[in-house]
Design a protein around this ligand. Structure first.
Ligand code: NAP
Length: 353
């Protein structure tokens, strides 16, 4: 009798789980025929996965796109694919892009940058600023998850360094208060897991004793460090929109694309990729192009909803709906995290104004 009850409960559990996973696959689409001609965009991790799909859309809409990642041959291959989508455009000397005129025949510029290495990010910033006055669109997309503890060249946790510190440095160094930029940080459902971030030590991940006990195959570390890095980017977004955006000209969003069929899982433990991926592919996983809708929604939001837009900046979007408000995290913690991150990176940050 007990066996029958357990079997029925298990069946109900799997049916419910399947329902949840299938719902995750639904793509809420956003489309607009508005263009981005002459706009300059930077996409981190633009050589692959979601970043490549976002870059494709930006290039098709007429933007000049800088794609950043670590591997030059992947970057070159991605760039030659992207250039096929580019719409030829004549630039005049009065063009808004005059500071970037040396790119007038270029729609895609590849930059070999390791986001986890602050020196490498700094080099890119110097290179970029020599030729460009401003950036119109910054997509902080590059990300990784690792199933073992690794450290960055400067000794920070590698996942925190790549997903948070590198993007923080890039954003703080490139933004100019008087010039409007739309910044979109790619986040994940995972940001809601595992409680609070250690805002005193933004470059470190420290598992507590209980978590260490559970740390089978480093599964806990893998999910924890990733969740913390995403949480940190969301807290940065909240602080940016509530306290830093003095002129009100820029806007920052977080976009959650949902589960995507990319190379992202290649750093999961082998057994997880083999066991989980086929199930997720059939149920929850979408294509990288499906993940672009939420990014475009954020990019064009001000034009789409002309009223009350200020209330929508800084929000976390998934599909066409926002699901976390500006005050999701305690303001004091966001402020503390911001201050300590600035302190940690003070050697690399040069203010723009
Ligand atoms: N896939 C999902 O299910 C999913 C779900 C929610 C959120 N996301 C988020 O979506 C974003 C994109 O992920 P994806 O799925 O497209 O992953 P992906 O296919 O693995 O692509 C990651 C991109 O980031 C680059 N990258 C990785 N580490 C880097 C570093 N240290 N410096 C510079 N570039 C680096 C990679 O190029 P190189 O390796 O050549 O450097 C690649 O271009 C991530 O932020 C991820 O957290 C993904």
């Amino acid at each position: 009798m007990l066996l029958i009850i357990y079997s029925v409960l298990l069946l109900v559990f799997f049916l419910l789980l399947r329902k949840v996973l299938v719902r995750m696959k639904v793509v809420s689409k956003f489309s607009t025929n508005r263009r981005l001609d002459g706009k300059v965009a930077i996409v981190t991790g633009g050589s692959d996965g979601l970043g490549f799909a976002i870059s494709t859309e930006l290039v098709q809409k007429g933007a000049i796109v800088f794609i950043l990642s670590r591997n030059q041959s992947k970057l070159s291959a991605a760039a030659s694919k992207l250039r096929k989508y580019a719409v030829p455009k004549e630039f005049s000397s009065n063009d808004e892009l005059s500071s970037s005129l040396q790119y007038k025949n270029e729609t895609v510029i590849t930059c070999q940058v390791d986001l986890s290495d602050l020196e490498s990010v700094r080099e890119f910033i110097d290179f970029y600023k020599q030729k460009n006055r401003k950036v119109d669109i910054l997509i902080n997309n590059a990300g990784l998850i690792t199933n073992e503890v690794k450290v960055s060249p400067q000794g920070h946790d590698l996942v925190m360094a790549t997903n948070y510190l590198g993007h923080f440095l890039l954003t703080e160094s490139l933004l100019i208060d008087s010039q409007p930029t739309t910044i979109i940080n790619i986040t994940s459902d995972m940001s809601s897991l595992f409680g609070r971030i250690d805002s005193e030590h933004p470059g470190q991940i420290s598992l507590n004793a209980f978590q260490k006990l559970l740390n089978v195959n480093n599964l806990v570390y893998m999910n924890y460090s990733y969740a913390m890095a995403k949480k940190a980017m969301e807290m940065y977004s909240q602080h940016f929109m509530t306290s830093l955006n003095f002129s009100g000209s820029s806007r920052m969003f977080c976009a959650n694309p949902g589960l995507l069929n990319t190379n992202f899982m290649s750093n999961w433990p082998n057994w997880m990729e083999k066991l989980l991926k086929p199930i997720l592919l059939r149920t929850a996983m979408k294509s990288p192009a499906d993940g672009v809708h939420v990014v475009m929604k954020c990019l064009f939001l001000p034009e789409v909803h002309e009223q009350n837009v200020n209330e929508q900046f800084g929000l976390v979007f998934k599909g066409v709906k926002s699901y976390k408000s500006l005050n999701y995290y305690p303001d004091v913690e966001c402020e503390q995290l911001y201050r300590n991150t600035r302190l940690l990176l003070s050697q690399w940050i040069t203010d723009t104004s």
